[in-house]
Design a binder for this molecule. Structure first.
Ligand code: CMC
Length: 393
């Protein structure tokens, strides 16, 4: 009964009020808690921005130190959880491992999900820190190397890189340029209002399940190639173009063909109808990081040429298709030594503050808190008479 408005893909449906992130897709503006993304990416660490998203204000030095202390304190995962890694097939995608392991966290730390104001930094720090450890451990397991445990003396990003790349035979030296770039990338991914994975976290959370399970569902949504999985898909596409002797024409033609499902990955966005501001920052950081690390990657030239061709093509111009956050990020991850199948895991680590902040904002808005339950427009068969099995022909 009643009139239901169909809005497939939720193109024009507001699902909540939120005070976390402002996004103007026409002008290409993205603000976290009122601060411009460009300013935050230039001046802050990821931990500072995580605090901002979670608490609503930038931390003082003391608040930041306390938060960092919590991140260090909660960096280990229960030793028993490490056995889980042994039972995934060696080539299991790290995103599959991550969503499983995050769901499992609930069994080990059931006390860790709560909406209370005082406990928030502690709860958030535990999730941020443990998921970072899980991400690095899944990589080590996938290459069959011994696990490297987190260290007290390293920063959030420095610790992650060390857990990823330190080896008994070749100690890893944390490169300040790599740490700075990783901070920037994680900041750019930290929140993006009601995107598919964040809406998933809210929807799953609205049924009353715990924060880990909600985040685990968000990780699964993020995995899709139309969402966070695009960063891996972009690099795979650029590699394919490279193998095809830079036959750009072929790929542009495929992307424009309405009968071909192929799309120019890393292009287009539901909300941005101009340059994604995150892509502008990443493109700049990409050239800078590759130079600093002395990496000469042909994929960067291919990406720039592809962008150039697409941005001068009527098909892309008329549909407002510009590079998005995923177009250049994979090239930086490659230069940092991150394997392709870990790219979306990096995105997930960055998006954690957003997921936690949205889950909590929803839980605290008790006036509007109700289970998410969209309706549908039914267009199946009208009510009809039942035919017993023996009479059916
Ligand atoms: N390549 C070729 N054509 C495209 C592309 C593309 N990347 N993106 C959109 N179009 C076309 C689409 O075919 C349609 O054409 P027509 O009007 O002739 O039917 C028109 O542009 C509108 O596209 P849409 O599918 O209705 O747009 P949407 O808002 O539903 O989809 C999108 C947004 C991001 C899923 C889509 O642009 C896409 O598939 N992009 C490639 C995947 C990608 O880069 N995803 C990452 C998004 S940003 C980070 C994140 O969300 O995690």
């Amino acid at each position: 009964t009643g009139y239901i408005t169909l809005d497939s893909g939720y193109m024009n449906t507001g699902s909540c009020n939120s005070q976390i992130t402002f996004l103007d897709g026409e002008k290409g503006i993205l603000n976290y808690r009122g601060y411009e993304i460009e300013t935050l990416a230039e001046n802050c660490s990821f931990v500072e921005v995580a605090y901002l998203l979670l608490i609503g204000e930038l931390p003082t030095q003391k608040q930041l130190n306390d938060f960092r202390e919590l991140l260090s304190r909660y960096a280990l995962i229960h030793e028993d959880m490490i056995h889980f890694f042994d039972h995934f097939p060696p080539n299991a995608p790290p995103m599959a491992i991550l969503s499983n392991m995050v769901n499992t966290l609930q069994n080990y730390y059931p006390e860790m999900t709560s909406e209370s104001e005082e406990e928030l930094p502690e709860i958030a720090a535990r999730i941020l820190s443990k998921i970072r450890t899980i991400a690095a451990f899944s990589y080590k397991k996938s290459v069959g190397h011994p696990l490297v445990y987190p260290r007290y003396d390293l920063s959030y990003c420095g610790n992650f890189l060390n857990m990823m790349f330190d080896k008994p035979v070749k100690p890893y030296v944390v490169h300040p340029e790599v740490v700075a770039t990783l901070n920037k990338l994680l900041i750019l991914h930290a929140d993006h209002e009601q995107n598919c994975s964040t809406s998933t976290v809210r929807l799953v959370g609205s049924a009353g399940v715990n924060l880990y399970t909600s985040i685990s569902a968000g990780i699964s949504a993020l995995w899709g190639p139309l969402h966070g999985g695009a960063n891996q898909a972009v690099v795979e596409m650029l590699m394919a173009i490279h193998r095809d002797n830079n036959d750009f024409e072929k790929y542009i033609k495929k992307a424009k063909d309405p009968n071909d499902p192929f799309r120019l990955t890393g292009f287009g966005h539901r909300v941005y109808k101009t340059f994604d501001p995150r892509a502008t920052i990443i493109k700049r950081a990409c050239a800078k990081t590759l130079k600093a690390l002395n990496v000469d990657d042909p994929l960067l030239d291919i990406a720039m040429e592809l962008e150039d061709i697409a941005r001068n093509d009527d098909y892309f111009i008329s549909r407002n298709l510009y590079p998005n956050v995923d177009f250049y990020s994979g090239i930086i991850y490659r230069a940092m030594g991150i394997p392709t199948n870990m790219f979306t895991v990096m995105f997930a680590m960055g998006r954690l503050p957003g997921w936690i902040s949205h889950w909590r904002e929803m839980m605290l808005d008790t006036k509007n808190l109700r289970i998410g339950r969209p309706r549908q427009v039914y267009d199946g068969p009208k009510q009809r008479d039942f035919i017993p099995l023996h009479e059916r022909v």
